[in-house]
Design a protein around this ligand. Sequence first.
Ligand code: SF4
Length: 68
Amino acid sequence: MPSRPLTDRFARVHRSLRISIVDKCDLRCTYCMPEDQHFLKREELMTREEIGTIARVFVERYGITRSS
Ligand code: SF4
């Protein structure tokens, strides 16, 4: 049972979670990436286990039911 729902600043409840497993993206939207974006080295990215841990926390604490 989640301890509380995940809400944004408009009090909207969110049930889905998107986790980016790398920091690279070819689209480079200006609101997301600065022009001089410096990408992390592979060893600085989260491991599969760390990503799994984060996903579990969101499911257990915030009631997330979907991911992509
Ligand atoms: S907002 Fe744009 S640049 Fe950022 S991850 Fe999404 S598609 Fe890529």
